[in-house]
Ligand binder design. Sequence first.
Ligand code: PYC
Length: 321
Amino acid sequence: MTTRASKIVVIDSHTEGEPTRVVISGGPDLGTGPLSSRVQRFREAADDFRRTVILEPRGSDALVGALLVPPTDPSCVTGVIFFNNAAYLGMCGHGMIGVAVTLGYLSRITAGTHRIETPVGVVEVQLIEPNLVSIENVPSYRYRSQVSVNVESLGVVTGDIAWGGNWFFLVSESPFPLRFENIRQLNDASDLVRSALSKAGITGKDGAEIDHIEFFGPPSSPGAHSRNFVYCPGGAYDRSPCGTGTSAKLACLAADEKLSAGEPWIQESIIGSRFTGTYRRNAAGEIIPTITGRAFICSEAHLVRQSGDPFVAGITGQGLT
Ligand code: PYC
């Protein structure tokens, strides 16, 4: 007996420990137009596809998906829409490094510089070696400095609000030591900070939700400048130092005049992996961060959706008894 099934072709990689799943074929047709309106269509008409690709039993909470789409800008090699277990991401730094390594692995790009379109702007990627990539991110900036919020069980927590392609609340003094064994406590604390910001009406520019929380502390390895823990929307933590989070950090360092243009900043993650960040200023004086890190291909797979599978769009807990 056969059961009808549809297939989605994916390539999985990890960037400094953080997984990316690039959808090569079998994704929804989102039509044409600006990527921001295609994200809207994705959300409204094909959100079950996001859940199939990311959620258990085919994925995991740590995964970030990357749907390759035709770009509107002909100078770009592709467009990409990032998504995770909860939502759609404007940009994703580790994901972009994973996309570049995947495109290189497929021989769709060669070593050199390429432009890739995202819903929040065009990102320039440099494939330096098959597993080493620099991305020049979107303009990043600190929006507000030293904002205090009262957080249940933690008391007053103070941090900066910055944009690095996503909105971040950056806390320089982590409430718990940044050690692997403290991940659960760090995650719970971040979750409380995120809710407290939301309840207090503290947002990014134009009322945008601050959905990433970043704690900082001293580094563990020689040569690094700092270690971080990054909490992502959906409750998973970033295994990498977070590309957009490191960009937000660079924006704060630049605003405080603690890091000059061109000076490297080595950001260590909670698992000890690293990104190197630098920045330049564009003609408008904005910070343009460059993030360099490694990604490695983990698998090439077909995700299969068999008819009759009650969890074809992932395990959401909804509708279960
Ligand atoms: O690297 O920018 C990043 C990122 C965002 C969420 C997970 N990783």
